[in-house]
Design a protein around this ligand. Structure first.
Ligand SMILES: Cc1cc2nc3c(=O)[nH]c(=O)nc-3n(C[C@H](O)[C@H](O)[C@H](O)COP(=O)(O)OP(=O)(O)OC[C@H]3O[C@@H](n4cnc5c(N)ncnc54)[C@H](O)[C@@H]3O)c2cc1C
Length: 432
């Protein structure tokens, strides 16, 4: 009977170190990032990355033979809660999306040669990658509709199609492209993943799509979401990643841990916003008292604390289930947290509101957090798809009552209970 919510002391020390390090060394970078060239940014973070390596926390999502720590999802989740407080912390710790997810794919499905050529330099931070699946003209939330094709022509695959929201593609060295290789197969076995160097002829990165998070187009910067045209792109047959037709299977294995990390990072952002909410509540006066004395504000504080606590427990539970029973067993829990942990949005919204005009201004990071938070309800599957999957799974455990009468129908149950306990009821009546 083990229900244990504690963290091992040695690992807690690592977390404490991380919390201070991220706050002292990485948060300040946020305020000058816009003034730095990519090269200056790389030079700025290089010594920080070195400290992370020395501490044994670099690329901790991977197994030890690949230079990671083999921590498992609970520990990784606790780390990501701290890393989530700053958009630059994951890159300093060697586990920023999409490189972290792509390194998992390569570790999972790559051949020795592919690992040598792509995974090791990716982990060393010498290469960057992007994951190119979503298309502008098909529903990304239903990737069985993918239209990009890869056709085997002799000893080469020829890729044609258009993708967008391939995050970081405009700064990437290679792309992992999901394309239909087997149109006649079962809908979940039609697609495969292929490694495509970004300088392959026919790869045309059209733009970094301006978004709510980055409203002004900035081509070729970290964090951009690229639109890409693939026209007769030829890659060798051994560019195939994993077995032919295994694209969905690999994507599924990669997405589970990724969603736990996302949710924990969102909790990190929420906690930072929550601290701002509380600081403002105890410092701003209006209508005769500090804001903290207003019941609405007290409700915001209490509701935010409850939502974050619930999301945190749910996410760590999903991580624990994944560690103990495997990714497939934790599918329901992961779908639950993916939409529930989007409470991030509510907490940031309240923190922004309590700061009034200041919250809306770029003098505080809240407006940027708010824009970031909105995307969380769309990427890695929109909320509605996860809700649907949770509900379907739950409903599979139910059947309509045989006679059409609800099983809890009181008159029906009473009639059955009267028949069952007729002797006792008889005795009560005769004692009267
Ligand atoms: C910031 C960001 C980064 C991204 N990074 C990447 C990346 O690196 N690589 C990549 O390949 N993709 C990436 N994406 C794309 C992302 O995965 C897709 O946007 C997502 O899968 C949804 O697909 P879609 O945009 O085509 O929306 P659609 O599939 O067109 O869905 C639109 C809306 O329809 C509704 N809907 C869909 N299905 C259902 C349903 N079953 N029930 C009820 N309502 C439903 C939902 O409200 C949904 O938001 C990124 C997206 C964002 C916002």
């Amino acid at each position: 009977m083990a229900w244990d919510f504690s963290t091992e002391p040695e690992f807690q020390q690592q977390l404490d170190w991380m919390r201070d390090f991220v706050r002292e060394e990485i948060w300040p970078v946020e305020t000058i990032f816009g003034e730095l060239s990519d090269d200056a940014f790389r030079r700025l973070i290089a010594p920080l990355q070195e400290q992370v390596r020395e501490r044994g926390l670099w690329a901790a999502h991977l197994d030890p033979e690949l230079g990671g720590q083999g921590f498992g999802q609970v520990k990784l989740g606790l780390m990501h809660e701290i890393l989530g407080t700053s958009p630059f912390a994951p890159v300093v710790f060697g586990n920023a999306a999409p490189d972290s997810g792509n390194s998992e794919i390569l570790a999972l499905a790559g051949t020795d040669d592919q690992k040598q050529q792509w995974l090791h330099p990716l982990l060393a931070g010498d290469l960057k990658s992007a994951f190119s699946m979503t298309e502008p003209h098909t529903a990304g939330s239903d990737p069985t509709l993918l239209e990009t094709t890869a056709v085997l022509d002799g000893d080469h695959w020829v890729i044609n199609g258009r993708k967008w929201f391939s995050s970081n593609a405009s700064v990437a060295d290679f792309l992992i492209v999901m394309a239909v290789t087997d149109p006649e197969a079962h809908k979940y076995q039609r697609a495969s993943m292929l490694i495509v160097p970004v300088d392959t002829p026919g790869v045309n990165i059209l733009r970094d799509v301006p978004t709510m998070e980055h409203p002004y187009e900035h081509y070729g910067r970290y964090g951009g979401h690229s639109e890409i045209e693939y026209t007769d792109v030829r890659v060798p047959a051994d560019a195939l990643l994993g077995p032919r037709g295994a694209g969905f299977l690999i994507a599924q294995q990669r997405l589970g841990p990724g969603r736990i990390h996302h949710c924990m990072r969102w909790l990190g952002v929420s906690k930072r916003a929550f601290d701002m909410l509380c600081e403002r509540a105890v410092s701003r006066h209006a209508h005769g008292s500090v804001l903290a004395d207003k019941q609405t504000v007290q409700n915001w504080v209490a509701d935010s604390a409850a939502q974050m606590h619930a999301a945190r427990l749910m996410t760590l539970h999903a991580a624990w289930k994944m560690d103990t029973e495997g990714a497939a067993a934790a599918r329901q829990e992961i779908a639950l947290i993916k939409f529930h942990a989007a409470v991030l949005h509510d907490v940031v919204d309240r923190a922004l509101q309590i700061h009034g005009a200041l919250g809306y201004s770029t003098d505080l990071p809240l407006e940027a957090m708010y824009r970031f938070a909105r995307a969380a309800r769309i990427y890695d599957g929109p909320d509605e798809v996860h809700r649907q999957s949770v509900a379907r799974r739950i409903l599979r455990g139910y059947e309509p009552p045989a006679d059409g009468v609800p099983s809890e129908h009181v008159p029906t149950r009473r009639e059955a209970a009267r028949a069952r306990f007729a002797d006792l009821l008889e005795a009560v009546t005769s004692n009267d």
